[in-house]
Design a protein around this ligand. Structure first.
Ligand code: GN1
Ligand code: MG
Length: 346
């Protein structure tokens, strides 16, 4: 019922058909909605933006608008999936509880790869994320707002981790000693990236910041990349994190919350490097290119840190489907971190 009322803020239609939960995001909630208008069935995506995570929803939408306009103007070779304005002209609508809602086009006949991609899909995905970075390479990063302050500031995330560890609000610290020790072992790599950032060797760019396998839409018939989606975290940042999140999500042989032992598939890693550098190789600096792989270790370690912090905090950030979900995620990401670090250190 609520979904229908919200849909009516965005569209005039004759008959409501229904809404079904859609996707597997850890933060926002999405529904595939259907209605009939003038005898034609229309399908859209209705999404509730998590405003505990995105404290300034309007700023998120401003960033997305600016980026979508820029992408649509240039020679970006992929589809731009821009939010839809409501009947009152605004991109966000509020419900009675003060939640924020928005609508995106639903692209029929598409799929997002799970993590069990093959090299061809990985290459295509990396080309799409590379083309995204390429299209935005001259866009003024400073004109975007930092919608989640310190999103990839690992030093700051480390401070939060130490604080939660000390306060131990969930009482779980004693039962996760091995994971905590493994986290401390990742600190030298975090420090290495932090020094690199502080040295000015990494230019500030417009980055996507959630370049997971699930955020590229593919055409089901051609199996070619069609669109980069989920622009919520587009912010100023370093290219290392966008390359890193691709490696973190495309290259392992199992999902980030699989309890089994994870391995990195080297053919996928090679396909990601090839596809990404094909689009970005001519404008990235040499220190960016040299640090793409350490960047992948960094972002995977940081993800482990984020999951472990949330586990210790008592599951306040990520959606969980069972009590130990964040701990299982932590172990998986720590193992993947060690795999990537092994390649970095040769
Ligand atoms: C969150 O909700 P989703 O799946 O798009 C998170 C990402 C993490 C990811 C891990 C705003 O993304 O940073 O990498 O979970 N988004 C935010 O699965 O924190
Ligand atoms: Mg996301």
């Amino acid at each position: 019922m609520q979904t229908e009322l919200l849909a009516r803020c965005f569209f005039r239609f004759d008959r409501w058909i229904g809404a079904a939960a859609f996707g597997s995001g850890n933060i926002n909630d999405t529904w595939r909605i259907e209605f009939e208008k003038n005898g034609v069935i229309e399908v859209w995506l209705l999404q509730r933006l998590n405003h505990r995570v995105f404290r300034d929803p309007a700023a998120v939408m401003r960033n997305i608008q600016l980026v979508c306009e820029h992408l649509a103007e240039g020679d970006y070779p992929f589809t731009v999936v821009a939010p839809v304005a409501a009947l009152d002209g605004r991109f966000l609508q509020n419900d009675k509880e003060g939640n924020y809602w928005r609508v995106f086009p639903f692209l029929e006949n598409t799929f997002t790869p799970g993590n069990l991609t093959n090299a061809e899909i990985a290459y295509e995905g990396a080309r799409a994320y590379g083309a995204f970075a390429r299209a935005l390479r001259n866009f003024p990063a400073a004109s975007l707002e930092e919608t989640i302050p310190g999103f990839h500031d690992t030093d700051r995330r480390w401070e939060t981790f130490l604080k939660v560890l000390e306060e131990n609000p969930s009482g779980r610290a004693d039962t996760s000693k091995a994971e905590i020790a493994a986290m401390f072992a990742a600190k030298p790599l975090f420090d290495r990236i932090s020094h690199l950032k502080q040295s000015g060797a990494l230019p500030q760019r417009v980055t996507h910041n959630d370049t997971k396998a699930g955020n590229v839409l593919f055409d089901s018939n051609t199996r070619k990349a069609l669109a980069v989606i989920d622009l919520d975290t587009v912010m100023p940042g370093t290219i290392l994190s966008d390359f890193g999140d691709m490696v973190r999500t495309f290259a392992p042989d199992r999902p980030e919350d699989d309890p089994g032992s994870v391995t990195l598939r080297s053919d996928i890693l090679e396909a990601l490097q090839r596809g990404f550098l094909e689009q970005t190789g001519d404008f990235l600096t040499s220190s960016e290119k040299e640090n793409l792989l350490p960047g992948a270790a960094w972002i995977t370690g940081e993800q482990a840190l984020r999951f472990l912090t949330d586990w210790l905090a008592g599951d306040t950030y990520y959606k969980i489907r069972y009590p130990e979900h964040n701990l299982v995620r932590t172990r998986n990401q720590l193992a993947l971190f060690r795999e990537i670090l092994g390649i970095v250190e040769g």
